[in-house]
Design a protein around this ligand. Structure first.
Ligand code: SOE
Length: 397
């Protein structure tokens, strides 16, 4: 007897064509795959086509990431009637060409950050977006960290006047994946491809974040860039952020670290630091904002937390409050897990499924086994028995 079929998703579709399939392509695929499962969206994103130049690799990526079809030339997808939105996940040197073509073909566009490799390109892209908007096409940049609940909460609190007018902003984006001088020369170290180094790759995030959180814009800067390691082994295969090192060496043509001072439109002064050389800091996006009435502080390495200091508190007991931004009153959280379960909670379930599938395939006993479950059960029973007996010592049988 066959069981009833689940009803078809009746929502109108938004068919996606994604260009690129490495780190960002994988991250965006996860976004498209999961968003309609958790959020009550009026359109259903459909993972229609993924594009990459290497036919074998893109075909494998399509299967692995869950795309219906694949292609090797982005132009065919930009022109396709089967796609409504183009998601640009390629290195910066191709953003402008792809995004502008897509907008001109009437597609919506999501483009990874930084938008472009130069202001001239970004201006062309912004003009194309403005033109396309007249016919209803939408364009957006992928500054994803804005959508971390604690960050969005900070913006809401600042807009509500919780810390008063802003005096100082302190922003750091610290990573260490290039601190080893033999880490390979990946495309992010090539000015032609990436536009700039730490400045555009991660500095762009803290520029966007601080402007977003404060609701103000940066009006002027004074900056300092440094390239510590001028030459590196060329990457032979891409994996993770930087790939595998070969024997040939090549020049690093971008900055390794970027520091700058800035002034915001509301008068606040700011310090910014972006580096991929801060040993021990893995993805530390640290933002501290001081206003006339208090401060807020955020660090992505503790991403579910926003710290808030209220200068109006009784000074004897005043201190930073650790707001765990995992309640359904916090931005985005209601669509996810029950209160307190935090972002990242789901990954344990993904790991569980992955381990179980592997163990089944390898004919191994998955853990924890039913015997492990039974052992827990015996402890539970002993606790009950002990309690019933007036809290007497009870051996676990
Ligand atoms: C590498 O520095 C990188 O992957 C950036 O390119 C991303 O934008 C950032 O989110 C994480 O680090």
């Amino acid at each position: 007897m066959s069981l009833p079929q689940a009803p078809a998703d009746e929502r109108p579709q938004l068919r996606i064509g994604m260009i690129g399939y490495s780190f960002m392509g994988e991250a965006h695929s996860q976004g498209w795959r999961v968003a309609p499962k958790f959020f009550d969206l009026p359109l259903n994103p459909v993972m229609q086509t993924i594009v990459g130049r290497n036919q074998k690799a893109v075909a494998q990526a399509a299967t692995r990431l869950g795309w219906k079809t694949y292609a090797t030339d982005w132009r065919t997808v930009v022109e396709s009637d089967e796609v409504d939105l183009i998601d640009v996940c390629t290195p910066g040197d191709t953003h402008a060409e792809i995004a502008i073509a897509a907008l001109r073909a009437g597609k919506h566009v999501l483009c990874e950050k930084p938008l472009a490799n130069s202001v001239a390109e970004a201006e062309e892209m912004a003009a194309a977006a403005e033109e396309a908007a007249k016919t209803g096409a939408k364009a957006m940049v992928g500054f994803t960290y804005r959508r971390v609940p604690a960050v969005a909460l900070a913006r809401e609190m600042i807009a509500a006047g919780k810390i008063g007018p802003i005096r100082q902003v302190r922003a750091q984006y610290l990573q260490d994946w290039l601190a080893d001088e033999n880490a390979p020369l990946a495309w992010r170290l090539d000015k032609e491809k990436a536009g700039s180094g730490a400045l555009g790759d991660i500095g762009a995030h803290i520029i966007d974040l601080t402007q977003y959180m404060t609701g103000e814009s940066i009006t002027g800067v004074t900056g300092m860039l440094e390239t510590f390691v001028k030459e590196r082994p060329v990457a032979v295969a891409s994996s993770g952020l930087s790939g595998e090192a070969g024997t040939e060496r090549g020049p690093v043509t971008v900055d390794d670290a970027a520091l700058f001072l800035a002034r915001f439109s509301g008068g606040a002064i700011a310090t910014f630091e972006a580096t991929r050389f801060a040993w021990g800091r893995k993805n530390a996006i640290r933002i501290e904002i001081n206003g006339t009435k208090g401060s807020i502080a955020f660090d992505f390495e503790d991403m579910n937390v926003l710290e808030y200091y209220d200068a109006g508190d009784d000074q004897q007991t005043a201190g930073y409050r650790r707001i765990i931004a995992t309640e359904d009153v916090h931005p985005y959280v209601a669509a996810w897990w029950p209160p307190g379960h935090g972002l990242g909670y789901e990954h344990g379930f993904v790991h569980q499924a992955a381990d179980l599938v592997r163990d089944i395939a390898e004919k191994k006993q998955p853990l924890p086994s039913f015997s492990d479950g039974l052992a827990v059960q015996r402890v539970l029973a002993a606790v009950e028995k002990s309690s019933d007996a007036g809290t007497v010592w009870t051996d676990v049988s």
